[in-house]
Every structure is written in structure tokens, then in C-alpha cells.
Ligand binder design. Structure first.
Ligand SMILES: [Zn+2]
Length: 459
């Protein structure tokens, strides 16, 4: 009964007949199930069985061996790349998804995370949203295009890659760019990162990710000569560090906009209601006070409008009866694309105003420029969106985290997060327990991505 209501509500805003034929939906479902049930956990799993299973399906669907590549950094971390040939009128279209998932412990979940469950209108399973829905839809749709004997004006490449979660030495996109760049060279890439906003069952907007913030970790360190804890002095490593962190707790980087977030503010003005609508209208017009109101209203909005830095790890002291000789913290920063690491480091130094607190960059920074705000592409996305969900706004966004798009953008391949998967805005469960995807959203996205790929390769 509940399922029937959910489906009825969903159908009310969906153009009639926009789901794929039943056999195609079944194929997408079966691929999705197969991918979720292959354990590809970032640290404990392997992506190779997933790559091989998809290669097998493609061969069975008539793709020649010469167009299918399986390989990667180490034997357990293979990627799959398949090419569907077009007439070469345009540079190839690359369709990317990652097959690795964040770890999921069965004891933390309400069900086995590595079995696809369908319940109350949702598909449950690790990767149901991030990123096996899109991976399954790319493969199912490519098989469908071939069955329809579609003649694209450009090669369509699907790449299902390893180790997006946490990056690291076996990252599939980085490996392909370094070792087999000719396999994924493209004029345009569609990837994860954009999705549809669903609030209380209502579809609000189809978000398109155009830019990403980049990630830098700083290490704060205070060294001190220490001593016996029975003879304390004011100059204490833990107190220096604590004072610096307390300043960080009360600090906000300046609010800033760029091309992408200005376009986002304008679109949001049309979607919001009441006082928030006025704030978006004024912010789009440049009002600082309105930007403050928006940033204060939601952590996600705050993250889109400023660089953020937050303390995430602590260490210090060596004995309970000794004055500490070391106190240290990790500070995780998500930096706007137009800001530099040096500027953020200097800002933190001025904020702490304590030369005992040393600040250094820890690990590598993941930097990738924004993709151009391509009006022709946005127009096509808008047309396809409108044909499935009439009147639905398409909203360009910048996301506060990094995806594999950063490697491709750095390599000169404009990359956009486009999924058309509508998920609960306030309950995304990505990386969390009982990860899920609305059943209706999965099948709607199948149609959306099929139509979009077709349109982008028949101009
Ligand atoms: Zn992901």
C-alpha cells in the first residue's frame, strides 16, 4: 500500500511513458544487483571481479574484445573501459563511475549491505547511491544503445574505475591517465557529483556539479621542553594548541561567490519560498548580509560559499604526570577553487597569532580547476530534464568534496556531475548505514541518462 502511494505520487510529476521498457529496466536492475553484491570495499575488497563481470556482460551483448579493456594498478584493483564507436564528428564522450565503495560492516546495518534489498520503495545496499547506481546505468544504457543499433556522432566510452573513495595509489582514473590515456581521452565527461533534490517526496531541482572544492590537511604542532607535572608553568604545549583551536572554532573564512555559485544563487531564488527566497534574491544581487543568512541556514550552503577548516584529529602528551612536549592536531580544509593553499595557511597563522604553533601541509593537496559553465551543455541537460520532469529547474552547483573529476579536469577534460538520481536531500546516507536509493529514482535516471547520452552524441 505504502509503495503504491509512493509510486502514484512520483508518477504525478513524471511525463507519462518516460520509464524504459520493462526488459531494459530488468537489465539495469540485474546489473545493479550484481555490482552491489560484489564486495568492492575500498580497503578490504577488490574491484577486479566487478570489472570482469561487466566485461562479460558487454561481450555477451556483442561488444568486441578489442573495445573492452580490463586492467589497473594492481591485480585486485582493475578498471573497466569500453568504447562504443561513433562516426568521429565530435570528440568522445566519457561516462565515468567508480566501482569501489566505502566499507560497510554488516553488524552496523539493518540488513546485509552486500545484498540488494528492495523495501518500502527503496533499494538498499552499500553503493546503492555512491556510485553503483550510475555504474549500472552506464553499462545497461550502453548495451541498450547497441541493441537499438544507435549510430553516435562521437565515440561513447564507459569507464568504471577503482579507488575513488580515499584516492590513494590505486586510483583508477589517475592510473588510466598515466598509463593508458588514449583509452579515456574525451571532449566531455559525465560523472557522479550532481543529483536530484528530493524533499518530502517532492522533486525540487536537478543539480549539475560543475566545480569542486579541493582538500588540504594541515598539521598543527606545538613543541615544548616539558617537565614534571608537579611544577606547571603557563607555557604549555596543550594550552597553546587548545587556544589556537578555540580561535578556529569561532572563525569563518570570508564569504565569496564565483561563476558557479552565482548561477546557483539565481536558480535557488526560483526554488526557495518565503524569507529564504528573498535572501537568495539579495545574495544573487551581491548582498553580504544575505550571503550570511544563507550560510547560517544550512551547513551545505555554508560550505558552498566559503573555504572551511575544521579540527579532525588530536594527539599530545606522553605521560599523565609530565608536562607535554608535543601537542598536535589535524585540520581538514575544503578550499574554494579560486583560493590558494598559501593564502589559507597564512590566514590560519594570523588567526592563531602564536609562533609556537607550527602549521604545515600534511599529505598531498587534490587540486582541479572548475569546468567551464558550458551553456550549450546546460541547455541540452535542461531539455532532457524538462522532457522527463516538466518544469524542473537545472541548477549548476559546486560541491564541498572532491571526486575523480579533479584528475580529468586537471588533464583538460571538462567534467560535470550529472546523474538525474533524485535522493532525499536531508537523508542522503552516502558512506553511512543503510545506504539506499528510491526505486522510482533509479528507473527515472535510467531514462534521463539514456536520453542525455543519446542527445549529446547525435548533434
Ligand atoms: Zn562516489
Amino acid at each position: 500500500m505504502r509503495l503504491a502511494v509512493v509510486v502514484l505520487l512520483a508518477c504525478a510529476v513524471l511525463r507519462a511513458g518516460s520509464l524504459a521498457p520493462e526488459a531494459d529496466r530488468q537489465l539495469a536492475h540485474d546489473i545493479y544487483k550484481e555490482l552491489i553484491e560484489i564486495k568492492t570495499g575500498y580497503t578490504t575488497g577488490a574491484t577486479t571481479p566487478a570489472a570482469e563481470a561487466m566485461a562479460e556482460r558487454l561481450r555477451n551483448a556483442g561488444f568486441p574484445d578489442a573495445d573492452i579493456f580490463v586492467g589497473g594498478a594492481i591485480p585486485s584493483k582493475a578498471n573497466l573501459v569500453v568504447r562504443y564507436h561513433g562516426n568521429g564528428a565530435e570528440k568522445p564522450l566519457l561516462l565515468l563511475a567508480h566501482t569501489d565503495v566505502v566499507e560497510a560492516k554488516p553488524e552496523d546495518w539493518s540488513m546485509d549491505p552486500f545484498i540488494l534489498h528492495e523495501q518500502d520503495g527503496y533499494f538498499y545496499g552499500r553503493g546503492a547511491f555512491d556510485d553503483k547506481a550510475q555504474a549500472a546505468l552506464w553499462i545497461a544504457n550502453l548495451i541498450r544503445l547497441r541493441q537499438a543499433n544507435f549510430h553516435p556522432t562521437r565515440d561513447i566510452i564507459v569507464a568504471l574505475t577503482a579507488d575513488e573513495e580515499g584516492g590513494g595509489p590505486y586510483n583508477g582514473v589517475a592510473w588510466l591517465l598515466k598509463n593508458r590515456p588514449e583509452l579515456i581521452q574525451a571532449g566531455l565527461c559525465l560523472n557522479e557529483g550532481g543529483w536530484g533534490e528530493l524533499v518530502n517526496g517532492k522533486r525540487l531541482a536537478n543539480d549539475i556539479e560543475v566545480a569542486e572544492k579541493y582538500v588540504v590537511n594541515f598539521r598543527l604542532e606545538v613543541h615544548n621542553k616539558g617537565g614534571h607535572s608537579s611544577l606547571p608553568v603557563a607555557d604549555n604545549a596543550i594550552y597553546h594548541l587548545a587556544a589556537a583551536l578555540d580561535r578556529l572554532a569561532h572563525f569563518g573564512f570570508p564569504l565569496q561567490t564565483n561563476d558557479v555559485t552565482r548561477a546557483w544563487l539565481k536558480q535557488m531564488e526560483g526554488i526557495q519560498t518565503g524569507a529564504m527566497r528573498d535572501s537568495f534574491a539579495h545574495a544573487a544581487g551581491g548582498s553580504e548580509a544575505a550571503l550570511e543568512q544563507i550560510a547560517a541556514a544550512a551547513p551545505m550552503w555554508n560550505a558552498m560559499l566559503r573555504t572551511t577548516c575544521v579540527a579532525t584529529q588530536l594527539e599530545g602528551g606522553h605521560a599523565r604526570n609530565a608536562l607535554p612536549q608535543l601537542a598536535a592536531a589535524k585540520v581538514n580544509c575544503r578550499i574554494l577553487p579560486e583560493e590558494t593553499i598559501e593564502h589559507v595557511q597564512q590566514t590560519l597563522g594570523k588567526l592563531f597569532n602564536d609562533d609556537q604553533v607550527a602549521i604545515s601541509v600534511s599529505g598531498e593537496a587534490s587540486y582541479g580547476p572548475a569546468s567551464p559553465l558550458n551553456p550549450a551543455l546546460l541547455n541540452v541537460i535542461h531539455q532532457v530534464t524538462d522532457s522527463i520532469w516538466p518544469g524542473m529547474p537545472v541548477v549548476p552547483i559546486m560541491v564541498p568534496y572532491a571526486t575523480d573529476g579533479k584528475y580529468l579536469r586537471s588533464a583538460g577534460i571538462p567534467t560535470y556531475g550529472v546523474q538525474g538520481l533524485f535522493v532525499d536531500q536531508n537523508d542522503s546516507r552516502m558512506h553511512g548505514r543503510d545506504e539506499r536509493m528510491p526505486v522510482q529514482s533509479f528507473y527515472e535516471a535510467e531514462t534521463f541518462l539514456y536520453d542525455l547520452v543519446k542527445k549529446l552524441s547525435s548533434q
